[in-house]
Design a protein around this ligand. Structure first.
Ligand SMILES: [Fe+2]
Ligand SMILES: [Fe+2]
Length: 206
């Protein structure tokens, strides 16, 4: 029985090991690999919210409607960062002490403005960034499904929003570049960066 083995691994009163980790290891999760992947995803969310989407959004000057959508996507990446970082520590991992090393581990492309920074180029970058996020978070879902319900829950909540973000930028890019209507079907967020799936609003952020 996996439960018995993991209880035996962690001795009474031992603070150097975690039952919360051993139970998922016993179910087949490669915990060290999972921590690495979560750090890569956290780095991508960090770069995205605090830098990438910030400068890309600023350069959408004059397109107040695009900026508003971009702001929701940007702030929701901040919610993703805050949702996932505690999980890295619970698993026994930690953020790299060196910020540059952390940035270099990001699971998505380095963050910079496109050249030239036209609206179409910026929307294309935003769209591809959301696609990278979808690929990265579904990889976490695949790895944890049926084995690590907590990480799976957090990753799938983030994935919900990344899929919405892709649809938003498909809509905006199709309109701006091709003059085509491909509705994302989304309703306006209640407030900027509402993050309906990834913020623990009801019990964490009163
Ligand atoms: Fe994100
Ligand atoms: Fe996103």
């Amino acid at each position: 029985m996996p439960e018995k083995q993991s209880t035996q691994v962690v001795k009474h009163g031992d603070v150097t090991q975690r039952v919360g980790v051993e139970v998922i290891r016993a179910r087949g999760v490669d915990v060290e690999k999972l921590i690495k992947m979560l750090i890569a995803n956290a780095a991508a969310e960090f770069a995205s919210t605090y830098y990438y989407y910030t400068i890309l959004r600023m350069h959408l000057a004059g397109h107040e409607d695009y900026k508003e959508i971009c702001e929701d996507a940007r702030l929701e990446d901040r919610a993703h960062w805050e949702l996932i970082v505690p999980r890295i520590y619970e698993l026994g991992g930690e953020l790299p002490n060196d910020l540059k090393a952390f940035h270099d581990q990001a699971g998505c492309q380095a963050a910079k403005l496109p050249e030239p920074p036209t609206t179409v180029n910026i929307l294309t970058m935003l769209l591809e960034s959301e696609r990278c996020a979808i690929r990265s978070w579904i990889a976490i879902c695949d790895m944890t499904f049926g084995k690590d319900p907590r990480t799976y829950d957090l990753a799938s909540r983030i994935l919900n929003e990344e899929i919405e973000h892709e649809a938003w930028f498909i809509e905006l890019l199709a309109h701006e570049r091709d003059g085509k209507s491909i509705p994302s079907g989304h309703f306006r967020r209640g407030e900027p960066g509402h993050a309906p799936y990834s913020k623990n609003a009801s019990f964490y952020n009163p």
